[in-house]
Design a binder for this molecule. Structure first.
Ligand code: SAH
Length: 411
């Protein structure tokens, strides 16, 4: 069904958009089929589509390089260190390409050279842009490969003058041999406050250059609302938000819970999470800066219990230490949000085998149209509720899980 070059002339080279030339309905079907294979034991409904399949990326990470003596900005071709000259990308937020064009032209007038990782020459390495929808504000971070360029502030002012939507500019030194955009060195502000603010589910959130924030703002609201509906909190529960980033899920859940504990290993993100809570007048969330596995192991040892847990780990999923401690803390419901359904399915197997948790609902949400990535939410509950579930599903002739297949259907 592919039509070469129909959607983007560079999609074949770049590799960022696996599904560039497919009709969106077919893309959604592929994503659902993928989830069906992983979660074959339960009904998988249609994946919730994204309102817009273009310009949804609110985070742009451009690599600065040279091609035939000309400054270019773009992306690494998938799986390589080769930079593709990308003047306009259909996924990036509207306005990103014009800011990057200004960066390239200002580099010429400031005699600022692109950094060459192999020869360790030049200066500017990456430009990171983050966009807040509500106020149409942009934050720019200039990543330098060396600390030679002396006119950073002037450069930042010149960029802001051309693009008043840029509310803050920061810079960071990253002179390591790595494909990571940011290093762990300090981020210094050149202009503005060092953060921008966006609104999600009626709450205000600060976004800084290094903190995790979902890249598709409007669909993030759909993701969180769906997760909250699946959790159906009653208002008095003790809730765990593991891998909490800047505290988005914890804060949204706090309105419907007694107390929330949010655990995140990135100390800077926790700092912002605390500020976010203050900003919104939220007082029933405890933010913990720790490795989720270590924190949960200690908490389980002390006999801490939770009624419900939200998990939103990175692509690698959760480790056994975390999962076994979670089982000990015995939440009645687990809402597992994942950007990598394969590790999610693996972790769910563990929770089933060692904790008698069962999947009650699966809901895919398309956060990344045109790419093969799909976000998935799973609702798990403890075994007793399963009985009812058995009845619900037995009529449809579907296997609920491996045990049902082995021991036959219960009624
Ligand atoms: N729930 C948040 C963030 C999800 S991204 C949101 O929706 O915005 C995953 C987060 O897990 C990142 O912020 C990352 O820093 C954090 N993380 C990764 N490994 C971790 C670990 N072992 N313990 C705690 N947090 C971890």
């Amino acid at each position: 069904m592919r039509k070469e070059n129909a959607w983007c002339p560079l999609s074949y080279k770049c590799g960022g958009c696996d599904y560039a030339d497919l009709p969106y309905q077919v893309e959604l079907k592929f994503k659902r089929d993928y989830l069906k294979k992983l979660f074959f034991y339960i009904d998988v409904p249609e994946v919730i589509p994204c309102r817009s399949i273009e310009h949804y990326r609110d985070k742009v990470q451009a690599v600065i390089s040279t091609r035939n003596g000309k400054i270019i900005s773009g992306l690494y071709i998938k799986g390589t260190h080769h930079v593709i000259d990308l003047k306009d990308c259909r996924l990036e937020f509207e306005g990103a390409s014009s800011i990057l064009a200004s960066v390239r032209s200002l580099m010429k007038s400031f005699s600022l050279a692109p950094y060459d990782e192999d020869r360790r020459t030049g200066d500017l390495r990456h430009v990171l842009l983050r966009h807040a929808h509500n106020r149409n504000e942009v934050m720019a971070t200039l990543v330098f490969g060396s600390d030679r360029f002396r006119r950073k502030k002037e450069f930042a002012y010149a960029l802001v003058q051309k693009h008043p939507e840029i509310k803050t500019v920061s810079w960071q030194l990253n002179d390591e041999k790595t494909s990571m955009v940011l290093s762990d060195k300090a981020i210094r502000i050149l202009y503005g406050d060092g953060y921008i603010e966006d609104e999600i589910c009626t709450l205000r959130f600060r976004i800084t250059p290094s903190s995790f924030f979902q890249i598709n703002r409007s669909q993030t609201e759909v993701l969180y609302e769906t997760a909250m509906r699946m959790a159906s909190l009653r208002g008095n529960e003790r809730v765990l938000d593991a891998y909490s980033g800047t505290g988005t899920i914890a804060m949204i859940a706090s309105g419907k819970a007694g107390r929330v504990v949010a655990v995140e290993e990135n100390g800077a993100a926790v700092q912002i999470a605390k500020e976010n809570a203050r900003l919104n007048g939220i007082g029933n969330v405890d933010f913990v800066s720790a490795d989720a596995s270590i924190f949960c192991k200690e908490a389980a040892k002390k006999g801490v219990k939770f009624d419900a847990a939200f998990l939103d780990p990175p692509r690698s999923g959760c480790d056994e230490r975390f999962l076994s401690s979670l089982i000990k803390m015995g939440p009645e419901k687990i809402v597992y949000i994942s950007c990598n359904p394969e590790t999610q399915a693996r972790d769910i197997r563990y929770l089933k085998n060692f904790g008698s948790y069962y999947v009650r609902r699966i809901q895919g949400v398309d956060m990344f149209p045109r790419t093969s990535h799909v976000e998935n939410i799973a609702l798990l509950t403890k075994a007793p509720e399963l009985k009812e579930e058995y009845r619900t599903f037995s009529g449809k002739g579907k296997y609920l899980d491996d045990r049902e297949r082995k021991y036959g259907r219960k009624r």
